[in-house]
Design a binder for this molecule. Structure first.
Ligand SMILES: Nc1ncnc2c1ncn2[C@@H]1O[C@H](COP(=O)(O)OP(=O)(O)OP(=O)(O)O)[C@@H](O)[C@H]1O
Ligand SMILES: [Mg+2]
Length: 273
């Protein structure tokens, strides 16, 4: 990874993104529900913590305790860093009526983050999911301006490298909930789930990565207990391997046939929440 880049916490993803993330910039991780957006963003935060940094996780729709206890199943003990005072997890709810006053309230939102992180001395921030900010809002323009200002203030006032997660409706081909967030972000990673011959396969695509020579192939990945995201072969390579299997054995038994990534076991957990 280039020395002036920030690691995603997943070495293969650093390579695919063309060297990692640009410090101080904002990135979008997008996809339908259950595809692994929160887990990817926790990789990024855990990497910062292991490097001795201070990081913040802002939950917009899930209880913090649930997220941090869930992270334990992947082998990440965020509680220890919380007690050390380097990990700042908190919940911020945003109501649609606030969006009408976006100029005032987007500043207040960033002020809250700065206050909660005791002066904003954090190097990494995750807002999960940014789409929850505008849930139920009737005015698209207000939503867009609100999100635009949040990103602007995050970059200007805090300067942390930021991941925003964004959930898109199931079956949608959109990149983001409001069709605007991807233009504001320096990079977009799209996660998905694909039904390949009756088996759900997780996919990852680096759709956009400013100032980087990214690999734009569709990769497959697993979510593995105790390890998190494990990126495997490209979807194309997986399909070629599958096509090369003898047709006489349509359902490979344990230890034979196609495996995605490094863990056959992980596929058992790959159904969406
Ligand atoms: N310990 C674990 N071992 C294996 N797989 C897991 C484990 N924990 C979670 N998963 C997988 O991760 C999926 C959820 O990932 P995650 O919460 O990151 O998704 P998300 O995209 O953030 O979803 P949402 O949009 O609902 O917030 C689960 O559906 C499950 O398949
Ligand atoms: Mg999530």
């Amino acid at each position: 990874m280039a020395t002036n880049r920030v690691s995603t916490g997943i070495p293969t993803l650093d390579r695919i993104t063309g060297g990692g993330l640009i410090p101080g910039k904002t990135y979008l991780v997008t996809g339908e529900t259950g595809v692994g957006k929160t887990i990817l963003s926790l990789h990024f935060l855990m990497d910062g913590l292991k490097r001795g940094e201070k990081v913040a996780y802002v939950s917009l729709d899930e209880r913090i305790n649930g997220v941090l206890d869930g992270a334990m199943t992947l082998g990440w003990d965020f509680w220890t860093y919380y007690k050390e005072g380097r990990f700042f997890p908190f919940e911020i709810r945003i109501y649609s009526e606030d969006l009408g006053r976006y100029r005032k309230d987007s500043r207040a939102y960033i002020d809250t983050i700065i206050k909660m992180t005791r002066g904003g001395e954090v190097s990494r921030i995750v807002l999960d999911p940014i789409s929850a900010m505008a849930f139920g809002a009737a005015d698209d323009f207000a939503v867009r301006e609100y999100i635009r200002e949040i990103i602007l203030y995050l970059e200007e006032r805090i300067g942390a490298t930021t991941i925003l997660t964004c959930d898109i409706p199931s079956g949608s081909t959109q990149l983001s909930r409001f069709g605007y967030e991807e233009y504001l972000s320096s990079g977009v990673v799209v996660l998905g789930l694909l039904n390949l011959d009756g088996r759900l396969v997780r996919t990852l695509l680096v759709r956009k990565m400013r100032w980087s020579s990214a690999d734009h192939s569709v990769y497959t990945f697993d979510i593995v207990r105790g390890r998190g995201i494990v990126i495997g072969p490209t979807l194309r390579a997986l399909q070629q391997r599958q096509a090369a299997l003898p047709s006489a054995s349509p359902s490979p038994s344990r230890g034979q046939g196609v495996q995605v990534g490094s863990s056959e076991e992980a596929m058992k957990d790959s159904s969406p929440t």
